[in-house]
Design a binder for this molecule. Structure first.
Ligand code: PEP
Ligand code: MG
Length: 754
């Protein structure tokens, strides 16, 4: 039996079809559609808003409202109830709109007599492209049947909105920005590098044109076949793809589990039982999940929505039978443009041909970005509208270093990109030649260069760079990639793999640094207002001491017979350090009592990244075996400036007198106390910033593997004594940034700062 909502919706749909297939112009059709909806749903008014320029919703058709309001009234996303529906991509059912805190009165609409409001979003590519709403004079909440009907009608309308005819209409009526007119677009960089190639729009998703099923059994059978084929193909792909070992492989495995999820499958089958086609049932199941999860502030769950969208798209393409066909592109250099992407999607392409990736809704922690980074593919994200506008087959250039995309680049821009790509290749080759040469300045000062590692992929750099050791092992990364908290045994496996690869080289383990932007999938979100200064890092591991105890036990066992270096992050005062160290020493004694093989030496240190410890440095240097400066967090707290906020990235500079003076004081004190002191924040990875650090007296720098060659080449072309003099003169400057001066100095003195 069909559900009553489906029956009613089918009835409306039949009439809708008569309207849409008629000879009227599109504006007339839209007017007829809203009238039909109002009448069929016993509402007094109905409105149809369409998103224009990706930022505002324009009234395209209305019934029961002031006719003059059409194309004159618009709401910003987030403004009023209509804007709220679009902003959150969620249905809003309000008995008395006027008393709702978000209600915004627009007198031009003439809606004074209406009380109730039911608005549903028109969704395409997971984004609101419009809002359909109905209103009544009486105060009442719409029934769940009404909601279901309106949502189903919205699903059909979203296809009309995406039609070519509608695109023409929108163009004719609105004067907003057209992405096509812009050539150079600013986004954010998720993975560095340059790429030039032919655009391929990753748009596997098909428009769902047939909503209601004629034969349920047939639809269920189609679903079963498509689902089985999709999972069989995924298994085959995973088995044949050589991604090596690493965090990205675990991510891909998690994705595969997701594709097999029984609950999701059942939901789709239930939707078919209620009368939908398999395609519409998949969309409905996705939208239900979206409604439930999109409101969460848990970034892990939000990331899962990307995967869910991707699995739904994948299944749709199997249902439509055109899976795997990448039409019209026969190029060796590809730039993939996606709205969002699952990590397995890259495997649909021959990724040796992917020169760049543009993900409109991408975030730095997104899984596909991690996989792309591991594959050395430049990635740019957050360019609004690019997914809709980019056309398969046209030329695109991606500047992943500065976060720019050039649509249809001119011959001059293309030439520049080719030169940059060639330069990068040459540089890479030249830097590789430095491998066997010492990291020593022209005046003979040895600088110890270490690696920061976390991803298993990073471990390859130990061999390719000939580094002095591992200056920072971010142990939380394997914790984040795992589905459950790894036990001592499993942790020991990770740590031992690193110790083995490092051989005799120094390795510094950092205890679990989670919280803030580093969330663990198996821990609920604690919902803090200021997570960066919240319950994170050492604060968590001291409060949940068992976690710390287990982790240090795994460190002790992995380093049996060797030197063990452990440091604690986000320490805010001496007592926290003492407590954490005490925990480690108790575990060490326990291991000894149990007759376990223990490390030959244990050094305990801390990260300097919370400003308060700088004022306790004398006492700390008496107790700590070493310190390492986390300039990423330290700068964020010193400048009171969120490190993840792109609006603020260029506002303050670590290359300024206040920050550099403080860095100078720390290293001077550490050197005077004879305590090993390094920098493991991003400053050490950036050649010009590393130059300033050496000028201040730092001799131990720990950096990302991909920066190693560039920093080494800078070290080999500088004179430490001269730079020291120069940097000290700069410390008197009041300028906001000393970067230009330092860069000029480097150029004038032939110091290589690529
Ligand atoms: C830092 O804060 O500089 C640091 C190295 O730690 P993370 O970037 O992992 O927070
Ligand atoms: Mg930090």
């Amino acid at each position: 039996m069909q559900s009553p909502a489906i029956n009613k919706a089918m009835d409306i749909l039949r009439q809708l079809r008569t309207i849409t297939e008629g000879q009227d112009t599109l504006p007339v059709k839209l007017e007829n559609i809203v009238r039909l909806i109002a009448e069929q749903m016993s509402a007094d008014a109905a409105s149809f808003y369409i998103a224009v320029d990706g930022s505002r919703l324009e009234l395209f058709a209305a019934y029961g409202l002031n006719p003059e309001a059409q194309h004159r009234v618009s709401f910003r996303f987030g403004e009023g109830l209509t804007g709220e529906v679009a902003q959150n991509n969620r249905t809003l059912n309000v008995a008395d709109a006027w008393s709702h805190p978000k209600f915004a009165h627009k007198p031009e609409l003439g809606e004074e007599q209406y009380k109730s409001f039911l608005g549903v979003p028109l969704i395409r590519w997971s984004r609101s492209i419009g809002v359909l709403s109905v209103q009544t004079r009486e105060i009442r909440e719409f029934s769940s049947l009404d909601v279901e009907i309106l949502e189903t009608v919205a699903m059909v309308l979203s296809e009309i909105v995406s039609s070519d005819e509608m695109a023409e209409l929108k163009k004719g009526l609105s004067k907003g920005n057209n992405l096509n007119e812009r050539e150079k677009l600013k986004g954010i960089s998720l993975s560095k590098g340059y790429g030039l190639g032919t655009c391929i729009v990753h748009r596997r998703r098909q428009a769902v044109t047939k909503i209601f099923a004629e034969d349920k059994e047939k639809e269920l059978h189609r679903l079963e076949l498509a689902y089985g084929q999709m999972n069989a193909d995924l298994d085959e792909k995973f088995a044949s793809t050589k991604l090596g070992i690493g965090e990205h492989v675990e991510i891909l495995d998690a994705y595969r589990m997701f594709a097999r999820d029984k609950g999701w499958y059942k939901k789709i089958a239930d939707n078919i039982h209620s009368g939908l086609t398999a395609e519409a049932a998949v969309e409905r199941a996705y939208e239900d999940m979206w409604n439930r999860l999109s409101g969460t502030s848990d970034s892990y769950l939000k990331e899962r929505l990307h995967d869910l969208r991707d699995v739904a798209d994948r299944l749709q393409s199997y249902l439509s039978g055109d899976y795997g066909s990448i039409k019209g592109v026969n190029a060796d250099d590809l730039i993939v443009v996606a709205q969002t992407m699952g990590p397995a999607d890259l495997m649909d392409y021959d990724y040796s041909k992917i020169r760049g990736l543009i993900i409109e809704d991408g975030t730095p922690t997104m899984h596909v970005a991690i996989v792309a980074k591991a594959l050395n593919i430049p990635v740019v994200a957050k360019i609004r509208g690019i997914f809709e506008e980019a056309k398969t087959g046209e030329l695109i250039a991606v500047d992943g270093t500065d976060g720019y995309v050039y649509m249809r680049p001119s011959a001059v821009v293309q030439e520049k990109f080719r030169a940059k790509i060639a330069e990068k290749d040459r540089l890479q080759a030249r830097l590789a030649e430095l491998k066997e040469l010492p990291a020593q300045t022209k005046d003979g000062v040895k600088i110890n260069l270490y690696l920061n590692v976390g991803l298993a992929f990073d471990l390859d750099y130990i061999e390719t760079t000939n580094c002095d050791g591992i200056g920072l092992y971010r142990t939380e990364i394997p914790f984040m990639a795992s589905d459950v908290m790894p036990d001592v045994e499993r942790q020991m496996g990770y740590y031992k793999e690193l110790m083995d690869k490092a051989g005799d080289k120094k390795v510094i383990f950092r205890s679990l640094d989670v919280g803030s932007d580093k969330l663990l999938p198996y821990w609920g979100n604690v919902g803090e207002e200021n997570p960066a200064i919240g319950w994170r890092s050492i604060r968590i591991t001291l409060d949940r001491r068992a976690i710390l105890r287990k982790q240090v036990r795994a460190f002790l066992r992995a380093a049996a017979g060797k030197e063990l270096n452990v440091m604690f992050p986000m320490v805010a005062n001496l007592s926290e350090f003492e407590e954490a160290r005490e925990t480690l020493l108790i575990e060490l004694e326990r291991e000894k009592r149990r007759g376990e093989n223990v490390p030959s030496k244990v050094n305990v240190g801390l990260m300097i990244e919370v400003p308060s410890v700088i004022f306790q440095l004398d006492a700390i240097l008496k107790q700590a075996d070493f310190i390492s400066i986390g300039t990423n967090d330290l700068a964020q707290f010193i400048f009171a400036c969120d490190r993840g906020n792109p609006r603020l990235t260029e506002r303050y500079d670590v290359l300024s007198a206040p920050f550099l003076s403080m860095m100078g004081e720390i290293v001077s004190k550490a050197n005077a106390a004879g305590v090993y002191c390094s920098v493991c924040g991003e400053m050490a990875s950036n050649p010009i910033e590393a130059l300033a650090l050496i000028g201040l007296g730092y001799r131990n720098l720990s950096m990302s593997g991909s920066s190693f060659g560039r920093v080494k080449s800078m070290v080999r072309t500088m004179n430490a004594e001269d730079v020291e003099d120069y940097v000290h003169t700069l410390l008197k400057s009041q300028k906001r940034t000393l970067r230009p001066q330092l860069i000029s100095y480097a150029y004038d003195h032939g110091i290589e700062i690529y």
